[in-house]
Design a protein around this ligand. Structure first.
Ligand SMILES: O=C(O)CCC(=O)C(=O)O
Ligand SMILES: [Fe+2]
Length: 222
């Protein structure tokens, strides 16, 4: 007897994949990283130096109270500080909309933008941004917008040493450059969560690293 695996949100992943790909491929500012394993694009100067500074200050403000807490977390899976920006802040809204427009993504599918700060020694170990649909948490996430389709991540500063975004299976390691936005499809063109999007924020060896991340769902995020 043959068994056909059901891939949750496959049709939507396929459709949104095609929509965003079309937009990015037509954008002269979006550089496609050569790979047949995953669709990854880089957009230079997506954020101005002033915008990066302002976002860094916002991350520092929200990160302050958890500083003691976060040093105790070193050596775990995701050792950086992370927190949501205020989604009602006009400046955050403007940046968020600009990302929606760049990707031609429906704004209702976007999660709140997250800020992250990595101090020396901190990292985000290899992971996929898409959800494992055989896990307990999927029961919730399925109802909250479903599978994650695209990720947009911006580097906000120069890091003295380390802190790359390393796509382990694709074999590319991207060095933080302020204002650069990385965008990738978490699924294959056929709408299946793509194992080859496995990526890490490698340990910061020297300096501090600030990034923002916006994940998109295939359906309305709630
Ligand atoms: O900091 C990085 O380079 C990676 C961040 C990341 O993977 C994420 O926010 O999902
Ligand atoms: Fe990630």
């Amino acid at each position: 007897m043959t068994k056909t695996a059901i891939i949750p949100d496959q049709d939507a992943l396929k459709r949104v994949g095609a929509q965003v790909r079309k937009r990015l491929e037509a954008d002269p500012n979006a550089y496609k990283i050569p790979s047949d394993k995953a669709e990854i694009f880089a957009v230079g100067d997506f954020l101005s130096a002033e915008e990066c500074q302002r976002l860094i200050r916002m991350i520092d403000q929200v990160a302050q109270p958890s500083q003691l807490h976060e040093t105790a977390y070193i050596a775990k899976f995701r050792t950086s500080y992370s927190g949501n920006f205020n989604p009602h802040d006009p400046f955050v809204k403007m940046i968020s909309r600009r990302i929606d427009d760049l990707l031609d993504m429906n704004p209702i599918c976007g999660e709140n933008i997250q800020g992250q700060r990595y101090l020396p020694g901190q990292e985000f170990k290899p992971h996929n941004d898409w959800f494992y649909t055989d896990q307990e948490y999927w029961k919730q996430e399925r109802k909250r917008g479903g599978q994650r389709c695209w990720t947009a991540m911006a580097f906000l500063n120069e890091v003295e040493e380390g802190g790359h975004t390393h796509f382990v299976e694709v074999g590319v390691s991207i060095e933080p450059k302020p204002g650069v936005l990385l965008v990738w499809n978490n699924a294959t063109p056929g709408g299946v969560p793509n194992e080859d999007t496995l990526h890490a924020g490698t340990p910061v060896d020297k300096g501090v690293k600030y990034v923002l991340t916006k994940w998109y769902r295939t359906r309305k995020h709630t």
